[in-house]
Design a protein around this ligand. Structure first.
Ligand code: KG4
Ligand code: ZN
Length: 339
């Protein structure tokens, strides 16, 4: 069964971590997508501070909502909001706003799993991107909090085939970046540093190579720490960055390839903030082509946390008759399966 979307405007709200976001979609079309990032604020502390995140959402939410709705220029007919997983205080700000709007405007409300949002993002029509993946396809979700390879057989038929047993891929980039003295979050800076580097100079572990169902990135962080300590002043930072990036990309690409060999699907999509990484995109597009699959990666504005993906995911849920009441609540953890 393919993905269907509601044929009317849906407002999406996302506040699960450190971006305050609102967006309006109509069908697959993204009419507006506004994101206020708190990354600069959290960078001071080297990570997201939950209490500060919730307070910043409260401040940013109304202006972000107004901007998204006025840019879209239409009246939203339903409201979708991220309700899980994430920081409880942060999630609650978005949920409270969504409930108030649904009540005041008498509109249907639906709570969306954050990862289901990432998973649906490649279906969007946005700027010059219009490349919905076939169903079934394999969706590779790589972000600061999650690393999952999901077989998407249909909107309510998802199977997690590979997941991480410890750190997420983005976390591996961020921790490596920190060891190399880069800012937080460090993925993009690490990619920049790695560009002229030699990825073969330092050997770093790929992690649970023989286990087809799991990724493991925590060994990489330890190996990086040892490398930095051992080499001291003589460390060639760009080569260390390139070696780390290559180990992460190799871990992801090899497991995606092994998965493609055991399931039958016609496409691969890539979502989440780490999808910004050029070397990962290249590796996965090669793996996809080699296995007769099309490759789909939405523009970066839809890969990093945003509300268009939540509106879109909510639209697909509403199209299937799913609704939530005003008792909708936040949940810190939740598995992505039946979304
Ligand atoms: O999806 P996202 O915006 O937020 C979460 O849901 O976590 O992902 C953020 C993650 C961070 O770990 C960040 O370092 C990473 O995506 N990231 C990158 C790049 N740009 C962002 N990692 C590698 N290379 C990049 N160019
Ligand atoms: Zn995310």
């Amino acid at each position: 069964m393919s993905f269907e979307f509601l044929d009317s405007p849906v407002l999406g709200i996302e506040t699960s971590c450190d971006e305050t976001a609102a967006a309006v979609v109509h069908g697959r079309e993204v009419l507006s997508s506004v994101v206020a990032s708190q990354a600069g604020m959290h960078a001071r502390w080297g990570g997201v501070v939950p209490e500060a995140a919730a307070r910043a959402h409260v401040e940013a939410l109304l202006p972000v909502l107004h901007e998204a709705e006025s840019m879209a220029g239409v009246r939203s007919q339903a409201i979708a909001v991220t309700d899980r997983p994430g920081l409880i205080g942060a999630l609650s700000t978005g949920i409270t706003m969504a409930k108030a709007l649904a009540y005041a405007r008498d509109l249907p409300l639906v709570g969306v799993h954050h990862l289901f949002g990432h998973l649906v993002s490649p279906f969007a029509r946005f700027q010059d991107y219009d490349s919905p993946p076939p169903v079934p396809h394999l969706c590779v979700i790589v972000s600061g909090g999650h690393t999952e390879v999901v077989l998407v057989r249909g909107p309510g038929d998802l199977e997690i085939l590979v997941e991480t047993i410890d750190d997420a891929a983005g976390e591996a980039f961020d921790k490596g970046a920190r060891l190399l003295g880069l800012g937080y979050p460090g993925g993009a800076e690490l990619e920049r540093l790695a560009k002229p580097g030699d990825p073969t100079r330092y050997s770093l572990p790929i992690g649970v190579r023989d286990d087809p169902r799991h990724f493991s990135f925590s060994g990489l962080k330890t190996a990086m720490l040892r490398l930095v300590e051992r080499e001291g002043e003589s460390l060639v930072r760009q080569d260390a960055a390139a070696s780390l990036q290559s180990a992460i990309v190799e871990a992801l690409a090899s497991k995606v390839e092994a998965t493609l060999e055991r399931v039958s699907c016609r496409g691969v999509s890539l979502a989440g903030g780490v999808a910004a990484n050029r070397s990962l995109r290249e590796a996965l597009s090669i793996v996809s082509a080699r296995n007769g699959c099309s490759f789909h990666v939405p523009p970066m504005g839809l890969c990093t946390d945003n509300a268009a993906m939540i509106a879109l995911a909510g639209s697909s849920m509403l199209a299937r008759g799913m609704r939530d009441g005003l008792d909708l609540d936040a949940s810190a953890t939740a598995k992505l399966n039946e979304a």
